[in-house]
Design a protein around this ligand. Sequence first.
Ligand SMILES: C[S@@+](CC[C@H](N)C(=O)[O-])C[C@H]1O[C@@H](n2cnc3c(N)ncnc32)[C@H](O)[C@@H]1O
Length: 257
Amino acid sequence: MWPRMLRRAAGHNPAPGPTGKPLRPAMSDSATPPHPPIRSFVVRAGRMGPGQARALAELGPRYVLPHALAPLDMDRVFGRRAPRVLEIGFGMGDATAAVAAAQPDTDFIGIEVHPPGVGSLLKHIGERGLANLRIVQHDAVEVLRDMIPPASLAGVHVWFPDPWHKKRHHKRRLIQPPFVAALVRHLVPGGYLHLATDWQPYAEQMLEVLSAEPALANTAGPGHYAPRPDWRPLTRFENRGLKLGHGVWDLLFTRSS
Ligand SMILES: C[S@@+](CC[C@H](N)C(=O)[O-])C[C@H]1O[C@@H](n2cnc3c(N)ncnc32)[C@H](O)[C@@H]1O
């Protein structure tokens, strides 16, 4: 069953990839005004469990798409036409797999740089037999810029992006005006942008940035956070925050023009 949003309906300087090598900008975003690249992640060391490693070896070739400097032919990748939703930073992928299983008529592309997370989501794909999910293991800023065709996404999920608590790290937060403008360009008209965080100052930044983007409309009304849609599962990171007594803020905006 599609969420109601679906039924109704990145522009960047070359940022370094996980290898640190700058990549040239794709044609679609060549007119984007310059701004400092966002480096929103650190690739953490993390041991891949044997099940994750097996899933990577057996399912990686089919479900992990290499980063490329050309737009994805999504109809070819998924072998059908369907609404497409992009998820940025899926972590261990538990929520991603649950959503893909609950919405078989939608195709999902999950982006994550953390290798054990990629192994973990592949394991879910194998266990649940998910045909409507693909993974790109690369910086989402570059994937959006290089691989996602403009106006092609029915939705974007950014659930619990790294909060980068310290002031000197705020520039590493993903949700900043140029990246949001890039996300919007990749949405179909009426497509949705769904953010969630358990860090109030970041929630406030998200609300400010999204509200200032002229092509977005707040489904909850100006200045308001959205209720958590019943189709969004609790994520692993969210659960950790809840145990620490954190609140949770959802934001649900649609592309209005
Ligand atoms: C705080 S975790 C949240 C994971 C998951 N969404 C959850 O709620 O459990 C943020 C994740 O985003 C990933 N990430 C951050 N910046 C990224 C980027 N530019 N491209 C891809 N993944 C990114 C990190 O590796 C990390 O796993």
